[in-house]
Design a protein around this ligand. Structure first.
Ligand code: G3P
Length: 217
């Protein structure tokens, strides 16, 4: 499963990217706003650092403007994946760019029916929002399961499932168990994934035991 950092903060991205296990970055207008930078500058700096896919989202909700914003975003770097909302205009724009062989990420997906249409529009990634569904009392992980079944039923649909709006480690694990192709999460969540109290405790025991011998390597 690919692991993406959900952030537009360059120092945060750089910190987790140095681990060597991060496959790319996803951003959205909220994260770009939080970066405090000009959008194209923020995206360019991320693309200069990260080799893998970098999702950059349009701000417009209108087809013609999505096309022009999309062209501007794709021109920033070769690893740009254009993020488009799951709306009528977003689907049309997805089809427009996927017909040209360009990578798209359809975002704000909250139903399997939406995911089916995104795949029909040639989306490279579909981003189901797990946490925001849980927030309204629905089952976000169930959506991943449904999309996985539908896409598996039709092998001609090549869209990859990118689990998004991840709130906890269980979201990551359950997405992986269900076979999601990718998951995007805040940098702090990536760090939580490798931490375990027994790892720390085990190290402490090893440290004390070897110190008592006076040996070194
Ligand atoms: O970038 C898309 C998604 O991961 C947003 O997550 O936490 O704002 O629901 P969140």
């Amino acid at each position: 499963m690919k692991i993406f950092v959900d952030s537009a903060n360059l120092s945060e991205i750089s910190d987790v990217y140095s681990l060597g296990i991060v496959d790319g970055v996803t951003t959205n207008p909220t994260l770009i706003a939080r970066s405090g930078k000009d959008p194209k500058t923020a995206i360019k700096e991320i693309c200069d650092l990260v080799k893998g896919d970098v999702s950059a989202e349009v701000f417009s909700e209108n087809f013609d403007e999505m096309i022009s914003e999309g062209k501007a975003l794709y021109s920033i770097a070769e690893n740009i994946v254009l993020k488009l909302p799951l709306t009528e205009d977003g689907l049309k724009a997805c089809k427009y760019f996927s017909n040209k062989g360009l990578k798209t990420n359809i975002t704000l997906c909250f139903s399997a029916a939406q995911a089916l249409l995104a795949a029909k529009a040639g989306a490279y990634y579909i981003s189901p929002f797990i946490g925001r569904l849980d927030d309204i009392g629905q089952d976000g992980i169930k959506l991943i399961e449904e999309i996985k079944i539908i896409y598996s039923n039709y092998p001609n649909l090549k869209t990859q499932i990118l689990a998004a709006s991840i709130r906890n480690i269980d979201h990551v694990l359950e997405s992986a168990i269900l076979g999601a192709d990718a998951a995007t999460m805040p940098p702090s969540m990536i760090k939580e994934l490798y931490k375990h109290a027994l790892t720390d405790k085990g190290l402490e025991i090893f440290r004390k035991d070897i110190a008592s011998t006076g040996h070194s390597i």
